[in-house]
Design a protein around this ligand. Sequence first.
Ligand SMILES: [Zn+2]
Length: 305
Amino acid sequence: MLSNPSLALPLEKGGKVAEHYVGRFAPSPTGPLHFGSLITAVASYCDARAHQGRWVVRIEDTDIPRIYPCSEDHILRSIDAFQFEPDADIIFQKDRLDIYEQVIEQLHTQGLVYACQCTRKMLGSNHIYQGTCRELGLALKDQAIRVKVDDQDICFMDRLQGTHCSNLMRDLGDFVLKRRDGIINYQLAVVVDDYLQGMTHVVRGADLLDNTERQIWLAQILGYPKLEYMHLPLAMNDQGQKLSKQNMAQALDLNQAPALLQQAFAALQQAPVDLDTPRIMLQQAIAQWDIERIPHRLTLAQIYQ
Ligand SMILES: [Zn+2]
């Protein structure tokens, strides 16, 4: 458990922290938000509010070279246009790099991380790291930093997808927490911030399902509490590809917020919501929110016109 009080993060704008449910929407600004992002935002928001929980927004921007110009601005304008009401100031991970460095230092003290000097070529093509540098005792400076995984099955019960398991040693090997260029790995930043923000529930796209065991395991070795997970089916384009920034998914048109919200509720197979201001539409959706209606399959074909 982190003992440094400077790592405690003031979460709320007012009132008491509701310990039973804190959820989040945590986009990466690698492109403007698209319809798939809206589904995640809507589902995380409605699920939190339907449980009288809190909901926060976090911008996951540690991978600075991949940040797309203006996309942070589009995310912030989208939060406003859809009239989501976060319960805390929005945090940016790129402002928090010293916190993640402290956690790496903590793991180093525990003997759980080491420097890796392997080149991409040495790593080969099967993507499972064989622990080549584990016992070399290299200095951490200017090297990739890996964490020592162990041979155990990590399983969790996803609220939509059922039981999901992985053995990190078998499926992945020791993984990178900090790249040689100094970029903090997404997995570490997510786990640390979920803990510091008091998160209890994660609602996000099924493209992140395979990251979950890594995050659960990291939280476990850091002594952080367990979270509940719900991985949503992914919106597809008409060529059957997942909507993503990489395949140029259309940016959300912020002048069409009510119509887009209706489409998002329909994609999640929720009861219909009357066209109104986004705030009122969200209130109606929260009142009738029912996760039993959300499709369990991993993709939502042909829902986005
Ligand atoms: Zn290595």
